[in-house]
Design a protein around this ligand. Structure first.
Ligand code: ARG
Length: 412
């Protein structure tokens, strides 16, 4: 009998996928539910998988691995997709794929399955990563095949006695983990419509925020955030507490129209309070300690990094090479960034580092100036030389000039 390992979230699609796969392939279904910090009661999810007909249901706690091996490298790389999206979902897919492959190898199955539809990026990320890790495994995406509407799915589930999750009541599609949350569908599909307040779960509206700002000092050690307001914290705790503080001050909401890999432009709402603050702080600190050239290079590669992650190319030599570059840059990314959070606004108000290239003597306009002004004139002369040369050889495009400059020749 064929056996299939299914990535099981407990939502409607994956709940329906259990009987559907079993019937269609005459297979036994092994459900795997992964804890990435989505904050659901996963024992319940496991029971639901069994109730839907899975022969076995595993629950894996992957929070630490997700934060260390996926979130952290993307933070070090300052990787924000299209300048804004911290990629909570995109970063989780390669880890989910890796675990599917591992369980498939342990359970000796020939196929893995997931609940992605045929329109999104997640199917690409999962399929490509499974292929990269084990090209012999078949990948099945029932929701890409079955052509059922949501109503059909509910009917399909009811007919088979599969418990329908309560989430079917909301018109939104969400994905949550410790790095952030995405919200799509329903009214949000009109990019002109302001998102209703009730879609948010981790961030307060400005109206509900405290009337006093919060000041936060974030300490980094070699690119890794380790300290909040002087208190050292393990990474998971740091992300969680920072998320609480920033979310309470309304920080971390993102409303954007993004380019999906599959060619569609989609309106996406994200809330990622910890990620937004950490990205801003990391970027600031890295800028303080890198030379202009390295800063430019790193910024350019950040875009490449984000595109690779977004496009599902995590398990590639290109991403590994970029990580090696970013890791080198992190050698000096140690120090502290101060931020002020207030009614949805997060603002950097200070930064310091033992490796800061900021030099007060060079920068100051007050006493103690160490900058060699006498060198400025010569520097400017050489720096501006190409500009001057080009100006001297300018073609006569300006008609007023052409009558002055030309002898004979030009008839106006
Ligand atoms: N647009 C985002 C991305 O591609 C969010 C996707 C959300 N996925 C989901 N299954 N709800 O990463």
């Amino acid at each position: 009998m064929e056996r299939i390992v299914l990535a099981y979230s407990g939502g409607l699609d994956t709940s329906v996928a259990i009987p559907w796969l079993a019937e269609k392939y005459g297979a036994q279904i092994i459900a795997v539910t992964m804890d990435l910090g989505q904050g659901k009661e996963l024992e319940e999810v496991r029971d639901r998988a069994l109730a839907a007909g899975a022969v076995r249901a595993h629950v894996l706690d992957l929070r630490e691995e997700f934060a260390r091996e996926y979130v952290l490298p993307a933070l070090k790389a300052d990787a924000l997709y299209e300048d804004r999206y911290p990629m909570a979902t995109a970063l989780s897919r390669p880890l989910i794929a890796r675990k599917l492959v591992e369980i498939a190898e342990i359970e000796q199955t020939s196929a893995v399955a997931h609940g992605c539809t045929g329109k999104g990026n997640d199917q690409v990320r999962l399929d490509v990563t499974v292929r990269a890790l084990n090209p012999h495994l078949k990948v099945i995406a029932p929701a890409r095949i079955w052509g059922m509407t949501r109503a059909d799915e509910i009917e399909y589930a009811r007919a088979r006695g599969v418990p329908v999750p309560a989430t079917v009541e909301t018109p939104y599609s969400t994905d949550t983990n410790l790095w952030g949350r995405s919200i799509e569908c329903g009214a949000l599909e009109d990019p002109w419509q302001e998102p209703p307040e009730n879609i948010y779960a981790e961030t307060k509206s400005a109206a509900e925020c405290p009337d006093h700002p919060a000041y936060i000092e974030l300490g980094f050690s070699r690119g890794v955030p380790t300290v909040i307001n002087g208190v050292p914290m393990p990474l998971l705790d740091l992300i969680a507490s920072l998320g609480m503080i920033a979310g309470a001050h309304g920080v971390g909401r993102i409303d954007m129209v993004e380019n999906r890999l599959v060619g569609i432009k989609s309106r996406e709402i994200y809330e990622a309070p910890a990620a937004v603050v950490l990205h801003a702080a990391h970027k600031e600190l890295q800028k303080l300690v890198t030379t202009r050239d390295l800063d430019r290079l790193a910024r350019f590669l950040s875009v490449q990094y984000a595109d690779l992650v977004y496009n599902g190319l995590w398990v590639t030599p290109a991403r590994e090479a970029l990580d090696a570059f970013m890791e080198k840059v992190q050698e000096r990314v140690t120090g502290t960034v101060r931020l002020r959070l207030f009614k949805g606004d997060s603002r950097i108000i200070g930064r310091q580092s033992p490796f800061a290239l900021y030099d007060h003597g060079l920068a100051t306009y007050d006493a103690g100036d160490t900058f060699d002004r006498s060198a400025a004139e010569g520097f400017i002369k050489i720096f501006g030389l190409p500009v001057e040369l080009s100006a001297r050889k300018a073609p006569n495009v300006d008609s007023r000039q052409s009558t002055v400059v030309s002898h004979g020749g030009v008839v106006r």
